[in-house]
Write a protein that binds this ligand. Structure first.
Ligand code: CU
Length: 110
């Protein structure tokens, strides 16, 4: 009976330890919040000043839940298109504004 009691105590302890760390939830929520303000990485493929559009091959964009791809973005201000050219590696920020993905900040990556 003593061994059984010990086994019950040990398994209860193990269950409590697991309950306190459900899938490392605190760490995961930190990861989800921290990059939201951080700019995303990309490479400019095309700048179309006439249309006010920019084509960027981009990495993950966590704040809009988008994976890596090449796509066309609108820009918040036409002046943003004067700051970069095709071929530039950039840091940029995208926001969803009225259903469109709009570049709100862009600069050459150092
Ligand atoms: Cu995209």
């Amino acid at each position: 009976m003593k061994r059984l009691a010990l086994a019950v105590i040990l398994s209860t302890f193990a269950a409590l330890a697991v309950a306190q760390h459900p899938h490392h939830a605190p760490a995961a929520s930190q990861v989800a919040q921290a990059p939201a303000k951080a700019p995303s990485d990309g490479e400019v493929r095309k700048v179309d000043k006439g249309a006010g559009k920019i084509t960027i091959r981009h990495g993950e964009i966590p704040n809009i839940g988008m994976g890596p791809m090449t796509m066309v973005f609108g820009v918040k201000s036409p002046a943003l298109l004067d700051k970069v050219a095709a071929g530039d590696k950039v840091k940029f920020r995208v926001e969803e504004i009225k259903g469109d993905y709009v570049v709100t900040m862009i600069e050459k990556a150092k």
